[in-house]
Design a protein around this ligand. Sequence first.
Ligand code: ADP
Ligand code: MG
Length: 242
Amino acid sequence: MAPILEINGLVKKFGDRVVLDGIDLHVEQGKVIAILGPSGCGKSTFLRCINGLEEVQGGEIIFEGEDLTKTSKWREVRQKIGMVFQSYDLFPNMTVMENILLSPIKVQKRKREEVELQALELLERVGLADRANAYPRELSGGQKQRIAIVRALCTNPKMMLFDEVTASLDPEMVREVLEVIAQLAKQGMTMLIVTHEMNFAELVADEVVFMDKGKIHEKAPAKEFFANPQTQRAQQFINILK
Ligand code: ADP
Ligand code: MG
C-alpha cells in the first residue's frame, strides 16, 4: 500500500538559514509517529510545512498522491490534515460549539444539524458534552486542548498533526489530553506527534523520528528506539528527559 504521506528531500530556509535540511519521511495509513528532538531542531517548522503554514524551498510533500508543495488548495488540504498547537487557538469570542462548527459549515459547506450531531458525539468522547455552550475563557487549559482536538476532528481529517499540545498544561491536565490522543491512536488515526512526553511516545507511537539541527538522525520502531537509541545525540536526549 502506498503511504498516505510521503516526504522527500524537504528543505526549508528562513532567509539563508537552513532549518529543514532534506527531510525524508514516509507515513503509512494508521501509523503513529512521534517526532522528538531538542528545542529549535525544526519540529514545529516541519509540521507547519506539512500543513502549508510555511513555504518550502525544496523537496516534495505527497499526500494522497498530490504534491502539496504545488497545491493551490490549502484550505481543502487543511480539512484533511488536522493540526493542534501548543497554544490553544480557539476563537475567544465564540462558544465551544461555534468554534467546532466553523470549518465544517463555512469551508466544507456541510449542514449545521449534521455537524452538530457529530460535534456532540466527539465532545462526549472527550468528556466535554456539557461544555458545548461555554466560552474558551470558562475552560481549563486541558479542556481547551481537548476542544481544539475535537474541532480538528470534526472536519473528518485523514491525518492529525500535534505540536507539543501538552507543553503549556499543568501536570494534572496533561493526562486527560494524552488520553484523548491515545484513544485516537487505538481507533487507527494516522498521526504525527511532536512531544516531550517520552513515556507517552513510547506507549503510543509505532515509530520514533529523532531530529536534530534540521535533519532526521534516527528513525526506528518506538520500543527499539527507547531501548537502544543508535546515536549518541539521541541517547543524551532521552537521558535528559527520562
Ligand atoms: P522546534 O519546534 O524543534 O523547537 P522550530 O521549528 O520552532 O523548532 O524552529 C527551528 C528553527 O527555525 C529555530 O532555529 C527557529 O529559531 C527558526 N525559526 C522558526 N520560525 C522562524 C521564523 N518564522 N523566522 C525565522 N526563523 C524561524
Ligand atoms: Mg516547536
